[in-house]
Design a protein around this ligand. Structure first.
Ligand code: ADP
Length: 414
Protein backbone atom coordinates (compact mmCIF):
# COMPACT_ATOMS: atom_id res chain seq x y z
CA UNK A 1 0.00 0.00 0.00
CA UNK A 2 1.46 3.40 -0.95
CA UNK A 3 2.13 5.96 1.80
CA UNK A 4 -0.88 8.09 2.67
CA UNK A 5 -0.92 11.83 3.24
CA UNK A 6 -2.39 12.83 6.65
CA UNK A 7 -5.57 13.90 4.83
CA UNK A 8 -5.88 10.54 3.05
CA UNK A 9 -5.30 8.75 6.35
CA UNK A 10 -8.39 10.33 7.90
CA UNK A 11 -10.69 8.48 10.27
CA UNK A 12 -14.08 7.68 8.76
CA UNK A 13 -17.16 6.79 10.80
CA UNK A 14 -19.55 4.53 8.86
CA UNK A 15 -23.19 4.36 9.94
CA UNK A 16 -25.95 2.01 8.85
CA UNK A 17 -29.18 3.16 10.49
CA UNK A 18 -32.25 0.92 10.38
CA UNK A 19 -35.67 1.67 11.84
CA UNK A 20 -34.72 0.23 15.26
CA UNK A 21 -30.98 -0.32 14.93
CA UNK A 22 -27.68 1.43 14.23
CA UNK A 23 -24.59 -0.45 13.04
CA UNK A 24 -21.24 1.35 12.94
CA UNK A 25 -17.56 1.00 12.17
CA UNK A 26 -14.75 3.50 12.66
CA UNK A 27 -12.00 3.14 10.03
CA UNK A 28 -8.46 4.42 10.02
CA UNK A 29 -8.06 5.02 6.29
CA UNK A 30 -4.26 5.11 6.70
CA UNK A 31 -4.28 1.32 6.43
CA UNK A 32 -8.04 0.79 6.03
CA UNK A 33 -8.15 -0.94 9.42
CA UNK A 34 -11.23 -1.02 11.64
CA UNK A 35 -10.54 0.77 14.94
CA UNK A 36 -13.89 -0.16 16.49
CA UNK A 37 -17.28 -1.46 15.49
CA UNK A 38 -20.60 -2.30 17.04
CA UNK A 39 -24.35 -1.95 17.00
CA UNK A 40 -27.32 -0.59 18.87
CA UNK A 41 -30.49 -2.70 18.68
CA UNK A 42 -34.10 -2.27 19.84
CA UNK A 43 -33.96 1.54 19.59
CA UNK A 44 -37.26 3.00 20.77
CA UNK A 45 -37.45 0.77 23.86
CA UNK A 46 -36.07 0.84 27.39
CA UNK A 47 -34.29 -2.42 26.65
CA UNK A 48 -32.01 -1.19 23.90
CA UNK A 49 -28.83 -3.22 23.52
CA UNK A 50 -25.44 -1.66 22.79
CA UNK A 51 -22.54 -3.85 21.69
CA UNK A 52 -19.25 -2.06 21.15
CA UNK A 53 -15.90 -3.57 20.28
CA UNK A 54 -12.59 -1.79 19.96
CA UNK A 55 -10.34 -3.92 17.76
CA UNK A 56 -8.19 -6.29 19.82
CA UNK A 57 -10.15 -5.67 23.02
CA UNK A 58 -13.13 -7.39 24.65
CA UNK A 59 -16.61 -6.39 23.50
CA UNK A 60 -18.70 -4.20 25.80
CA UNK A 61 -22.43 -5.01 26.21
CA UNK A 62 -24.95 -2.67 27.80
CA UNK A 63 -28.74 -2.34 27.93
CA UNK A 64 -30.84 0.68 28.74
CA UNK A 65 -33.33 3.22 27.45
CA UNK A 66 -32.53 4.57 23.97
CA UNK A 67 -35.53 6.17 22.35
CA UNK A 68 -34.27 7.49 19.01
CA UNK A 69 -31.29 7.63 16.67
CA UNK A 70 -29.70 10.75 18.13
CA UNK A 71 -29.51 9.12 21.56
CA UNK A 72 -28.13 5.92 20.00
CA UNK A 73 -25.38 7.71 18.10
CA UNK A 74 -24.59 9.88 21.13
CA UNK A 75 -24.06 6.67 23.09
CA UNK A 76 -21.80 5.25 20.39
CA UNK A 77 -19.72 8.44 20.24
CA UNK A 78 -19.34 8.37 24.03
CA UNK A 79 -17.97 4.80 23.77
CA UNK A 80 -15.64 5.71 20.90
CA UNK A 81 -14.14 8.55 22.94
CA UNK A 82 -14.28 6.94 26.42
CA UNK A 83 -10.93 6.51 28.21
CA UNK A 84 -11.81 2.89 28.96
CA UNK A 85 -13.32 1.58 25.69
CA UNK A 86 -12.48 4.34 23.25
CA UNK A 87 -10.19 4.55 20.26
CA UNK A 88 -10.13 8.34 19.75
CA UNK A 89 -9.86 11.23 22.20
CA UNK A 90 -12.42 13.54 20.64
CA UNK A 91 -15.08 13.35 17.91
CA UNK A 92 -13.22 16.11 16.04
CA UNK A 93 -10.70 13.42 15.05
CA UNK A 94 -13.38 12.02 12.70
CA UNK A 95 -12.73 13.38 9.20
CA UNK A 96 -15.92 12.17 7.52
CA UNK A 97 -19.11 10.22 8.20
CA UNK A 98 -20.32 7.72 5.58
CA UNK A 99 -23.98 6.68 5.63
CA UNK A 100 -25.56 3.67 4.03
CA UNK A 101 -28.83 4.80 2.42
CA UNK A 102 -31.19 2.26 0.90
CA UNK A 103 -32.94 4.08 -1.88
CA UNK A 104 -31.61 6.79 -4.16
CA UNK A 105 -34.44 6.44 -6.71
CA UNK A 106 -33.36 7.96 -10.02
CA UNK A 107 -31.59 10.83 -8.25
CA UNK A 108 -28.22 9.23 -7.48
CA UNK A 109 -25.84 7.04 -9.44
CA UNK A 110 -22.99 7.24 -6.91
CA UNK A 111 -22.09 8.43 -3.44
CA UNK A 112 -22.62 12.14 -2.71
CA UNK A 113 -21.76 14.77 -0.13
CA UNK A 114 -24.87 15.39 1.98
CA UNK A 115 -26.39 18.82 1.29
CA UNK A 116 -29.92 20.14 1.95
CA UNK A 117 -30.80 19.15 -1.67
CA UNK A 118 -29.49 15.61 -1.12
CA UNK A 119 -31.56 15.29 2.06
CA UNK A 120 -34.60 16.48 0.14
CA UNK A 121 -34.01 13.79 -2.52
CA UNK A 122 -33.63 11.09 0.19
CA UNK A 123 -36.93 12.34 1.60
CA UNK A 124 -38.50 12.20 -1.87
CA UNK A 125 -37.62 8.47 -1.89
CA UNK A 126 -39.47 7.71 1.40
CA UNK A 127 -42.32 6.20 -0.62
CA UNK A 128 -39.90 3.87 -2.41
CA UNK A 129 -38.05 2.76 0.74
CA UNK A 130 -40.60 3.33 3.52
CA UNK A 131 -38.83 1.24 6.16
CA UNK A 132 -35.25 2.32 5.51
CA UNK A 133 -35.03 5.83 4.04
CA UNK A 134 -36.63 7.64 7.02
CA UNK A 135 -34.23 5.85 9.40
CA UNK A 136 -31.27 6.60 7.10
CA UNK A 137 -32.17 10.29 7.07
CA UNK A 138 -32.68 10.30 10.85
CA UNK A 139 -29.13 8.94 11.16
CA UNK A 140 -27.75 11.65 8.89
CA UNK A 141 -29.49 14.42 10.84
CA UNK A 142 -28.40 12.96 14.19
CA UNK A 143 -24.76 12.81 13.01
CA UNK A 144 -24.98 16.39 11.68
CA UNK A 145 -26.05 17.55 15.13
CA UNK A 146 -23.63 15.45 17.13
CA UNK A 147 -20.52 15.87 14.98
CA UNK A 148 -21.04 19.39 13.64
CA UNK A 149 -18.85 20.63 10.83
CA UNK A 150 -17.76 17.13 9.78
CA UNK A 151 -18.77 16.30 6.19
CA UNK A 152 -21.38 13.56 5.71
CA UNK A 153 -21.49 11.35 2.63
CA UNK A 154 -24.38 9.13 1.50
CA UNK A 155 -23.84 5.83 -0.36
CA UNK A 156 -26.93 4.27 -1.90
CA UNK A 157 -27.76 0.55 -2.18
CA UNK A 158 -29.39 1.31 -5.52
CA UNK A 159 -26.54 3.48 -6.89
CA UNK A 160 -24.42 0.79 -8.57
CA UNK A 161 -27.40 -0.43 -10.62
CA UNK A 162 -28.13 2.97 -12.14
CA UNK A 163 -26.24 1.81 -15.26
CA UNK A 164 -28.90 -0.80 -16.14
CA UNK A 165 -30.27 -0.24 -19.65
CA UNK A 166 -33.90 0.82 -19.98
CA UNK A 167 -34.97 -2.53 -21.39
CA UNK A 168 -33.64 -4.17 -18.21
CA UNK A 169 -35.17 -1.79 -15.69
CA UNK A 170 -38.62 -1.08 -17.17
CA UNK A 171 -41.53 -3.38 -16.28
CA UNK A 172 -43.92 -4.38 -19.05
CA UNK A 173 -46.69 -2.38 -17.37
CA UNK A 174 -48.52 0.69 -18.69
CA UNK A 175 -45.72 3.24 -19.18
CA UNK A 176 -47.69 5.86 -17.30
CA UNK A 177 -46.94 4.01 -14.03
CA UNK A 178 -43.22 4.57 -14.57
CA UNK A 179 -43.73 8.24 -15.46
CA UNK A 180 -46.16 9.02 -12.65
CA UNK A 181 -44.97 6.83 -9.79
CA UNK A 182 -41.41 5.78 -10.77
CA UNK A 183 -42.43 2.12 -10.92
CA UNK A 184 -39.33 0.43 -12.39
CA UNK A 185 -36.60 -1.96 -11.33
CA UNK A 186 -33.90 -0.33 -9.17
CA UNK A 187 -31.92 -3.22 -7.67
CA UNK A 188 -30.26 -3.34 -4.24
CA UNK A 189 -27.08 -4.67 -2.57
CA UNK A 190 -25.26 -2.38 -5.02
CA UNK A 191 -22.39 -1.62 -2.64
CA UNK A 192 -21.73 -5.32 -2.14
CA UNK A 193 -21.95 -6.20 -5.85
CA UNK A 194 -19.58 -3.33 -6.56
CA UNK A 195 -17.07 -4.40 -3.89
CA UNK A 196 -16.89 -8.06 -4.95
CA UNK A 197 -16.79 -7.32 -8.66
CA UNK A 198 -13.93 -4.79 -8.21
CA UNK A 199 -12.13 -7.18 -5.87
CA UNK A 200 -12.54 -10.09 -8.33
CA UNK A 201 -11.05 -8.01 -11.16
CA UNK A 202 -8.10 -7.10 -8.92
CA UNK A 203 -7.60 -10.73 -7.85
CA UNK A 204 -7.77 -11.87 -11.47
CA UNK A 205 -5.28 -9.16 -12.45
CA UNK A 206 -7.61 -7.95 -15.22
CA UNK A 207 -9.11 -4.51 -15.86
CA UNK A 208 -12.84 -4.44 -14.94
CA UNK A 209 -13.53 -3.03 -18.42
CA UNK A 210 -12.67 -6.44 -19.95
CA UNK A 211 -14.75 -8.62 -17.66
CA UNK A 212 -18.22 -10.17 -17.63
CA UNK A 213 -19.01 -11.11 -14.02
CA UNK A 214 -22.03 -12.63 -12.27
CA UNK A 215 -22.08 -11.56 -8.64
CA UNK A 216 -24.26 -13.59 -6.23
CA UNK A 217 -24.90 -11.84 -2.89
CA UNK A 218 -26.59 -14.53 -0.79
CA UNK A 219 -27.55 -13.43 2.71
CA UNK A 220 -30.94 -13.24 4.42
CA UNK A 221 -31.79 -11.05 1.44
CA UNK A 222 -30.24 -12.33 -1.78
CA UNK A 223 -29.63 -10.94 -5.24
CA UNK A 224 -27.60 -11.62 -8.37
CA UNK A 225 -26.06 -8.94 -10.59
CA UNK A 226 -24.66 -9.07 -14.11
CA UNK A 227 -21.61 -6.79 -14.15
CA UNK A 228 -20.16 -6.03 -17.57
CA UNK A 229 -17.20 -3.71 -18.05
CA UNK A 230 -17.38 -2.72 -14.37
CA UNK A 231 -21.04 -1.61 -14.60
CA UNK A 232 -24.22 -3.37 -13.45
CA UNK A 233 -26.33 -4.27 -16.51
CA UNK A 234 -29.00 -6.31 -14.72
CA UNK A 235 -29.90 -7.48 -11.24
CA UNK A 236 -32.52 -9.74 -9.74
CA UNK A 237 -34.07 -7.40 -7.15
CA UNK A 238 -36.46 -4.88 -8.65
CA UNK A 239 -38.79 -2.12 -7.49
CA UNK A 240 -38.28 -3.50 -3.97
CA UNK A 241 -35.93 -6.14 -2.51
CA UNK A 242 -38.71 -8.73 -2.92
CA UNK A 243 -38.11 -9.68 -6.56
CA UNK A 244 -35.74 -12.38 -7.77
CA UNK A 245 -34.18 -15.19 -5.77
CA UNK A 246 -35.77 -17.32 -3.07
CA UNK A 247 -34.62 -15.64 0.18
CA UNK A 248 -34.70 -16.36 3.91
CA UNK A 249 -38.28 -15.15 4.37
CA UNK A 250 -39.07 -13.49 1.00
CA UNK A 251 -40.69 -15.27 -1.94
CA UNK A 252 -38.71 -13.70 -4.78
CA UNK A 253 -40.31 -14.08 -8.25
CA UNK A 254 -43.86 -15.35 -8.53
CA UNK A 255 -46.89 -15.00 -10.76
CA UNK A 256 -48.55 -11.73 -9.65
CA UNK A 257 -51.96 -13.35 -10.24
CA UNK A 258 -51.35 -15.50 -7.13
CA UNK A 259 -51.86 -12.39 -4.98
CA UNK A 260 -55.48 -11.45 -5.72
CA UNK A 261 -56.36 -15.16 -5.70
CA UNK A 262 -54.88 -15.78 -2.23
CA UNK A 263 -56.17 -12.46 -0.92
CA UNK A 264 -59.70 -13.44 -1.92
CA UNK A 265 -59.47 -17.01 -0.59
CA UNK A 266 -57.91 -16.07 2.74
CA UNK A 267 -59.61 -12.66 3.04
CA UNK A 268 -56.28 -10.89 3.44
CA UNK A 269 -55.66 -7.15 3.28
CA UNK A 270 -52.69 -5.37 1.68
CA UNK A 271 -50.62 -5.29 4.88
CA UNK A 272 -51.18 -8.99 5.46
CA UNK A 273 -50.25 -10.07 1.94
CA UNK A 274 -47.16 -7.87 2.06
CA UNK A 275 -46.15 -9.42 5.38
CA UNK A 276 -46.74 -12.90 3.93
CA UNK A 277 -44.47 -12.22 0.95
CA UNK A 278 -41.70 -10.52 2.95
CA UNK A 279 -41.69 -12.29 6.30
CA UNK A 280 -43.34 -15.69 5.97
CA UNK A 281 -42.23 -16.97 2.57
CA UNK A 282 -38.89 -18.07 1.08
CA UNK A 283 -36.89 -20.77 2.89
CA UNK A 284 -39.06 -20.30 5.99
CA UNK A 285 -42.38 -20.53 4.16
CA UNK A 286 -41.46 -23.64 2.18
CA UNK A 287 -39.63 -25.55 4.93
CA UNK A 288 -41.86 -24.50 7.82
CA UNK A 289 -38.68 -24.77 9.89
CA UNK A 290 -36.48 -21.71 9.47
CA UNK A 291 -35.37 -18.94 7.13
CA UNK A 292 -31.75 -19.56 8.09
CA UNK A 293 -29.71 -21.63 5.62
CA UNK A 294 -27.72 -23.35 8.39
CA UNK A 295 -30.96 -24.75 9.86
CA UNK A 296 -32.21 -25.74 6.40
CA UNK A 297 -29.00 -27.67 5.70
CA UNK A 298 -29.12 -29.35 9.10
CA UNK A 299 -32.76 -30.40 8.63
CA UNK A 300 -32.03 -31.61 5.12
CA UNK A 301 -29.20 -33.82 6.44
CA UNK A 302 -31.72 -35.30 8.88
CA UNK A 303 -33.99 -36.17 5.94
CA UNK A 304 -36.63 -33.43 6.27
CA UNK A 305 -38.22 -33.37 2.76
CA UNK A 306 -39.52 -29.78 2.99
CA UNK A 307 -36.11 -28.49 4.01
CA UNK A 308 -34.74 -30.29 0.94
CA UNK A 309 -37.43 -28.64 -1.23
CA UNK A 310 -36.42 -25.24 0.16
CA UNK A 311 -32.71 -25.88 -0.49
CA UNK A 312 -33.31 -27.10 -4.03
CA UNK A 313 -35.69 -24.23 -4.83
CA UNK A 314 -33.06 -21.76 -3.60
CA UNK A 315 -30.23 -23.26 -5.66
CA UNK A 316 -32.40 -23.98 -8.74
CA UNK A 317 -33.62 -20.38 -8.95
CA UNK A 318 -30.05 -19.14 -8.49
CA UNK A 319 -28.67 -21.24 -11.32
CA UNK A 320 -31.50 -20.14 -13.60
CA UNK A 321 -30.51 -16.52 -12.91
CA UNK A 322 -26.84 -17.32 -13.58
CA UNK A 323 -27.86 -18.83 -16.93
CA UNK A 324 -30.01 -15.79 -17.71
CA UNK A 325 -27.19 -13.36 -16.93
CA UNK A 326 -24.66 -15.32 -18.98
CA UNK A 327 -27.19 -14.90 -21.81
CA UNK A 328 -27.71 -11.21 -20.98
CA UNK A 329 -23.96 -10.52 -21.28
CA UNK A 330 -23.32 -13.07 -24.07
CA UNK A 331 -20.77 -14.82 -21.86
CA UNK A 332 -19.28 -14.88 -18.39
CA UNK A 333 -15.68 -14.81 -17.15
CA UNK A 334 -16.31 -15.39 -13.46
CA UNK A 335 -19.09 -16.18 -11.00
CA UNK A 336 -18.70 -14.58 -7.56
CA UNK A 337 -20.23 -15.82 -4.29
CA UNK A 338 -20.62 -13.53 -1.28
CA UNK A 339 -22.93 -12.83 1.72
CA UNK A 340 -23.44 -15.20 4.67
CA UNK A 341 -24.61 -18.11 2.47
CA UNK A 342 -22.36 -17.36 -0.52
CA UNK A 343 -19.26 -17.13 1.69
CA UNK A 344 -20.01 -20.07 3.98
CA UNK A 345 -22.24 -22.66 2.36
CA UNK A 346 -20.14 -25.07 0.30
CA UNK A 347 -23.31 -27.10 -0.29
CA UNK A 348 -25.07 -24.22 -2.01
CA UNK A 349 -22.01 -23.45 -4.16
CA UNK A 350 -21.57 -27.13 -5.07
CA UNK A 351 -25.23 -27.67 -5.93
CA UNK A 352 -25.29 -24.56 -8.13
CA UNK A 353 -21.95 -25.06 -9.90
CA UNK A 354 -22.35 -28.75 -10.68
CA UNK A 355 -25.19 -27.85 -13.03
CA UNK A 356 -23.26 -25.19 -14.94
CA UNK A 357 -21.19 -27.56 -17.10
CA UNK A 358 -22.70 -26.10 -20.26
CA UNK A 359 -20.98 -22.80 -19.41
CA UNK A 360 -17.66 -24.57 -18.87
CA UNK A 361 -17.80 -24.17 -15.08
CA UNK A 362 -15.85 -26.77 -13.12
CA UNK A 363 -15.11 -26.43 -9.43
CA UNK A 364 -12.63 -28.30 -7.28
CA UNK A 365 -14.74 -29.95 -4.53
CA UNK A 366 -11.93 -29.85 -1.97
CA UNK A 367 -11.14 -26.21 -2.57
CA UNK A 368 -14.84 -25.47 -2.35
CA UNK A 369 -15.16 -27.15 1.07
CA UNK A 370 -11.85 -26.13 2.61
CA UNK A 371 -9.32 -23.36 2.53
CA UNK A 372 -9.31 -19.68 3.21
CA UNK A 373 -12.28 -17.33 2.90
CA UNK A 374 -11.19 -15.47 -0.22
CA UNK A 375 -10.48 -18.04 -2.93
CA UNK A 376 -10.94 -19.17 -6.53
CA UNK A 377 -12.61 -22.59 -6.34
CA UNK A 378 -12.58 -23.35 -10.09
CA UNK A 379 -10.27 -26.06 -11.47
CA UNK A 380 -7.33 -24.86 -13.59
CA UNK A 381 -9.11 -26.00 -16.77
CA UNK A 382 -12.50 -24.42 -15.92
CA UNK A 383 -13.50 -21.93 -18.66
CA UNK A 384 -15.15 -19.73 -16.01
CA UNK A 385 -13.48 -18.73 -12.73
CA UNK A 386 -15.55 -19.13 -9.55
CA UNK A 387 -14.60 -16.83 -6.68
CA UNK A 388 -15.69 -16.78 -3.05
CA UNK A 389 -15.15 -13.22 -1.80
CA UNK A 390 -16.21 -11.96 1.65
CA UNK A 391 -18.08 -8.72 1.06
CA UNK A 392 -17.13 -5.43 2.74
CA UNK A 393 -19.80 -2.81 2.15
CA UNK A 394 -18.58 -0.63 5.04
CA UNK A 395 -15.13 -0.30 3.48
CA UNK A 396 -16.65 0.87 0.18
CA UNK A 397 -18.69 3.47 2.08
CA UNK A 398 -15.58 4.60 4.01
CA UNK A 399 -13.48 4.88 0.81
CA UNK A 400 -16.20 6.84 -0.98
CA UNK A 401 -16.60 9.21 2.00
CA UNK A 402 -12.84 9.81 2.16
CA UNK A 403 -12.53 10.37 -1.61
CA UNK A 404 -15.47 12.76 -1.78
CA UNK A 405 -14.29 14.78 1.22
CA UNK A 406 -10.76 15.06 -0.21
CA UNK A 407 -12.16 16.20 -3.57
CA UNK A 408 -14.29 18.84 -1.84
CA UNK A 409 -11.24 20.06 0.09
CA UNK A 410 -9.25 20.28 -3.13
CA UNK A 411 -12.06 22.27 -4.76
CA UNK A 412 -12.25 24.62 -1.77
CA UNK A 413 -8.46 25.11 -1.81
CA UNK A 414 -8.30 25.65 -5.59
P1 ADP B 1 -27.81 -10.38 6.11
O1 ADP B 1 -28.41 -10.44 4.73
O2 ADP B 1 -28.82 -10.22 7.19
O3 ADP B 1 -26.60 -9.48 6.22
P2 ADP B 1 -25.87 -12.56 6.16
O4 ADP B 1 -25.14 -12.07 4.95
O5 ADP B 1 -25.16 -12.57 7.45
O6 ADP B 1 -27.28 -11.87 6.37
O7 ADP B 1 -26.35 -14.06 5.82
C1 ADP B 1 -27.13 -14.81 6.70
C2 ADP B 1 -27.34 -16.19 6.08
O8 ADP B 1 -26.06 -16.83 5.95
C3 ADP B 1 -28.21 -17.10 6.92
O9 ADP B 1 -29.12 -17.81 6.07
C4 ADP B 1 -27.21 -18.06 7.49
O10 ADP B 1 -27.77 -19.33 7.75
C5 ADP B 1 -26.21 -18.18 6.37
N1 ADP B 1 -24.96 -18.79 6.82
C6 ADP B 1 -24.04 -18.27 7.65
N2 ADP B 1 -23.06 -19.18 7.90
C7 ADP B 1 -23.39 -20.30 7.21
C8 ADP B 1 -22.79 -21.59 7.05
N3 ADP B 1 -21.66 -21.91 7.65
N4 ADP B 1 -23.41 -22.47 6.23
C9 ADP B 1 -24.58 -22.17 5.63
N5 ADP B 1 -25.18 -20.97 5.73
C10 ADP B 1 -24.61 -20.06 6.51
Amino acid sequence: MSAKTPAEAMKVFVLNCGSSSVKYQLFDMGDESVLAKGRVERIGTDEALVVHQATGRDAVHATGTILEHTAAIQRVLALLTSPEHGVIRHVSEIGAVGHRVLHGGEYFSGSVLVTPEVKQAIRACFDLGPLHNPANLAGIEAAENLIPGVPQVATFDTGFHSTMPRYAYLYALPYVLYRRYHVRRYGFHGTSHRYVSERAAALMGRPPAELKLISCHLGNGASVAAVQGGASVDTSMGFTPLEGLVMGTRSGDLDPAVLPYVMAKEELGLAEISSMLNKHSGLLGVSGVSGDMRDIEEEMEKGNPRARDAFLMFTYRLRKYIGAYAAAMDGVDAILFTGGIGENSWRVREEVCQHLNYLGVQIDPDLNRNGQKEKDIATPSSRVRVWVIPTNEELVIARDARDIVLKEKEKAGA
